[in-house]
Design a protein around this ligand. Structure first.
Ligand SMILES: Cc1ncc(COP(=O)(O)O)c(C=O)c1O
Length: 429
């Protein structure tokens, strides 16, 4: 048998990490220079399923690096089905539902109300595990942890004694807490002082250990993220949704793009644009990567234009995108701080879930925007509020203002004609 292997490559420095032998979390060269370090799985030829399987981690398993690692380590297909199935049963017990393909439907009334001439498709993630798409990211990480333990790979030695850690104020923290609980793994959550009381109480119910992180004078960047990094340096497993901190986090959410591409293929629609709300950037990065894979597999004719939507209150990706006008991607990847740095003022918006000080996963988004002819958009508070009101009323989907911010982007620029898609995520709590 060939030795177990699941290669990852850093998109900035080219470092190779084999997930069978070393944890593919942060690039080993990160922190030493100004390069944008991010570990990406080396994808095989994209194979889309021909069978009907409604759990995305079963349906798309051939497209997931933890599955490929499991098989190369000698674990059977049934073993994978069992990991996914057991976690899913626990998720149902803890949160009421496991992972299932989420609905996506054309919303003609909404399209008409915002003056968009093409078909408008809304993917509804509010009914996903813990109420948003965020759990997709973390399921990918948890499956990797399960595989290395079951295959007794030495890279997993001692891991069960290390706590999981995440920095987040809302949906991602809840997702992490639900998945950690399903896996019976202790979790530390770093949250800001203004995190919602409902979120904090649910985190406590789920058994997460909470650290409240206030801003400290003279410190640049999100204090929750800084404390999270310290915890990871002290031995915690990065269980957050920033690709830069864990190379597996973005991959798990590519399943969202796969589902969208399959739904478009079934409806015989060629999506022209996807408008996506951007905070830390993992969602848009996953969509860009997943739609590119779907296009490479011939499922859709080409990857739709990726349009990244941020709020006027906090738009570090938009700032980077403007600076990119006269720079090449490769050059930007070597000089991160010229393009991406923490937002200087304390941001406010009704879309508070996308107020990340930095767009950690910015470079993959920029790449996808360049490759698809997409762009960055900044929306004001009035448009965000109107998008949320119209989006909820005309679709019946109870999404938060963060979760309808992609629609606000389309409202700010409804000039396209082709099918466009938005993702409603983050149930209003
Ligand atoms: C509902 C919702 N949509 C989108 C996002 C943006 O995701 P990302 O931080 O990966 O850009 C968030 C982030 O918290 C969110 O809660």
């Amino acid at each position: 048998m060939t030795p177990a292997s699941a290669p990852f490559v850093c998109h900035g420095c080219g470092a190779r990490v084999d997930a069978a032998a070393a944890l593919p979390f942060r690039c080993p060269n990160a922190g030493a220079d100004d390069v944008d370090h991010l570990l990406l799985p080396v994808d095989g030829a994209p194979v889309f399923p021909s069978v009907r399987e409604d759990n995305p981690y079963l349906r798309y398993r051939h497209l997931l690096s933890p599955y490929r690692l499991a098989r190369s380590a000698g674990l059977s297909d049934d073993a994978w089905t069992e990991f996914v199935g057991r976690l899913d049963e626990q998720l149902v017990d803890i949160d009421g539902s496991g992972f299932r393909i989420t609905p996506m439907a054309a919303q003609p009334e909404l399209a008409q109300a915002i003056g968009f001439g093409g078909a408008l498709w809304v993917k509804n993630e509010t009914g996903n595990v813990s109420g948003s798409h965020k759990a997709r990211h973390l399921m990918g990480v948890m499956l990797y942890l399960r595989v290395i333990a079951a295959a007794r790979l030495s890279v997993g030695d001692g891991l069960t004694h290390r706590r999981l850690a995440i920095a987040s104020c809302g949906n991602a923290a809840l997702a992490a807490a639900v998945i950690a609980r399903a896996a019976d793994w202790p979790l530390d959550v770093f949250i800001p002082p203004d995190a919602s009381a409902a979120v904090v109480s649910r985190l406590k119910e789920l058994g997460a250990r909470i650290s409240v992180c206030a801003r400290q004078g003279g410190e640049a960047g999100d204090p929750c993220f800084l404390r999270f990094r310290e915890a990871v340096q002290a031995g915690a497993i990065p269980f957050g949704v920033q690709g830069t901190e864990n190379g597996l986090a973005v991959e798990g959410a590519r399943t969202l793009a796969f589902e969208m591409a399959e739904a478009f293929a079934v409806a015989r629609q060629a999506p022209e644009a996807v408008f996506v709300q951007v905070g830390g950037g993992a969602l848009a990065s996953a969509l860009g990567q997943g739609l590119a894979l779907a296009a490479a597999a011939g499922l859709i004719a080409k990857a739709p234009r990726l349009i990244a939507v941020q709020t006027a209150g906090c738009a570090p990706l938009d700032r980077a995108w403007r600076k990119m006008a006269d720079a090449h991607l490769a050059e930007a990847g070597q000089h991160r701080s010229r393009f991406m740095w923490p937002w200087e003022s304390v941001p406010h918006s009704i879309a508070h879930g996308i107020l990340d000080d930095e767009t950690y996963d910015w470079l993959e988004i920029v790449k996808a925007m360049q490759q698809t002819g997409g762009r960055s958009l900044v929306v004001d508070e009035e448009t965000l509020a109107r998008a949320n009101e119209l989006g909820r009323r005309l679709t019946g989907i109870p999404a938060s203002a963060t979760g309808t911010a992609g629609l606000a982007g389309l409202m700010a620029d409804p000039t396209g004609s082709g099918p466009a898609a938005v993702i409603f995520s983050g149930v209003d709590r």
